[in-house]
Design a protein around this ligand. Sequence first.
Ligand code: FE2
Ligand code: FE2
Length: 412
Amino acid sequence: MAAEMALLKPISKFSSTSHGFGSPRPYSKFYVINMSSATSQNSPKPKKAAKTGIKESLLTPRFYTTDFDEMETLFNTEINKNLNQSEFEALRQEFKTDYNQTHFVRSKEFKEAADKMQGPLRQIFVEFLERSCTAEFSGFLLYKELGRRLKIMKIYSLMLQKTNPVVAEIFSLMSRDEARHAGFLNKGLSDFNLALDLGFLTKARKYTFFKPKFIFYATYLSEKIGYWRYITIYRHLKANPEFQVYPIFKYFENWCQDENRHGDFFSALMKAQPQFLNDWKAKLWSRFFCLSVYVTMYLNDCQRTDFYEGIGLNTKEFDMHVIIETNRTTARIFPAVLDVENPEFKRKLDRMVEINQKLIAVGENQDISLVKNLKRIPIIAALASELLAAYLMPPIESGSVDFAEFEPQLVY
Ligand SMILES: [Fe+2]
Ligand SMILES: [Fe+2]
């Protein structure tokens, strides 16, 4: 996965303050103490911050869990005759090739670039690395567990059932990729004298439960939108090297191919489950997930325009490009997508940004929580109404239930 992120605070590397999970680690070089907000490098009150805990919002990156028993049934080759094992075998070989095995090698440029970065840009870069690392790590956890669960043999009514070792291995190989991505981003944080404690994250984050069908929609979109984000940033910086302020972006070209392959694998998984793609409910859910993913990205990025402007991008133009391209890619497999190229869709997104800004302003003022909640009601109603209007815009019928002609496209 690649699309989303989370926040942490730096702490003096000599402090032995516990971060709330187990004993302090006095010999550890870096600490992660919470994820409530990004602060300057000299955060003065680590103890207070440690008590604050994790502040979650609708826009923070999520960790997902699912019904693993249902997943086992879906991919059981004895039960599901739609599983095209030769296609999965081909995908497994491709993942085993491990094109990026030697890609993620750092150079001394990283630390030098981080040291040069000061002030607000430095802070916003740290946040970018944290959120990206969290999103990649979220993919790692989900794929690792799916790999583990689909590999084992299970005893039902004294019958020994194999699930799907080929699909299981692909999940494990994808978790390898995501671990590599998360690790590379975390190394980037070390250039800023920070580190995300991934063990802490594993225990501390709330997990969002999605049924397998929804995991497919959400994860497919997350991988494809991640691909389009990375490749767009890469191409932009290649054309405008004066904005190449930190070398991590040079790695995005090969990196994003991992995300593209992950998305193609989910495409193959969905083809193997046509019941998730070929009825009216599938169309409604497809549109719902497209809308959720696009709006979340747009609102998140519009809160962080400093970052995108810092690398020479216009945030809204960048996001619309990513949304349009992701939507075109998604239309190859989802039975319905949103008409994001209709100018009205962007107008609605922009109104949501304005409403979201009002919501943030209410959260930041000094009112007591009752007053804040009362003030939030009409704003949330306005946001919900805008979301509903966007959802109800005439959709684009897409995908195909005749999957024979569909082949995943790798973009190189
Ligand atoms: Fe990734
Ligand atoms: Fe991925």
